[in-house]
Design a protein around this ligand. Sequence first.
Ligand code: ATP
Length: 274
Amino acid sequence: MMLECRGITAGYNGSPVLEKIDISIGEGEIVTLVGANGAGKSTLVNAISGLLRPMSGEIHFDGKRIDQLSPADRVRMGIAHVPEGRQVFAGMTVAENLSLGAYTQSSRSVSDLRSGRMRELCDQYPFLRERINDVVGNFSGGQQQMLAIARGLMSNPRLIMLDEPSLGLSPLMVQEVLNLVTQLRERGLSVLLSEQNARAALAIADRGYVIENGRVTLSGKASDLLDSPEIAERYLGVGAATRFSQEESKRMAASLRDCIGPATDSPVPGVRMS
Ligand code: ATP
């Protein structure tokens, strides 16, 4: 596995939010963390990027332990983090925003590296070239999200972590952003996708982890998770106190599948409950 989190406990002011989380991401995989607002997804992503130091547990990337390294060292090793809320600089142009994504490059030819990488990205994603000198302020939320992802790609990562990229976007724009995520996998990147929009995330992911109250409560192949009655139940916004019969849950899972296209009809063989 490219990334492994083993027994990560992390939180704020001495109080744990995450309890002994184990997750892994393989080369070229899209892995999604799904869970409600406040479940702990961003906390885990921040622990991996180094913005938050775990209280215990270990994080390994390419077989090396990284949980004591600075965020900048982790970027240099190939981990990029696109934070929740996009955080692009509204008063700057696309080119200026992209340049900031290469801030950890310490080579003396830093500007060459930056402009070379920017050219590569503009070749891969023509929307960047079209808007390269435009000030970002009046871009739509979707355009800002695409730019935030491109900025993450400036450091030429092997793993990119996207925190809630679909937040606040129209359904059409969500689709565009998810298409971009799928293209990243086609280019050989690994992606960790943290999403409240479980339906959309599981539809493009290879595997998923469901996080609830700081713990992994379900994990497995994304297609199996989509078939799971537990996901259907949580998904439809029904409170935990309400219980459906197995039949009703399966019917809901089937209608969910209809919304996002075909998936396997098998029960839920690959889903592990913890
Ligand atoms: P969201 O989609 O809202 O970001 P999430 O699953 O990513 O949800 P986290 O942001 O990781 O959840 O938050 C998990 C818990 O940690 C929440 O109870 C939140 O209030 C708390 N929390 C997050 N950031 C901080 C912080 N800087 N200081 C104290 N508590 C925090």
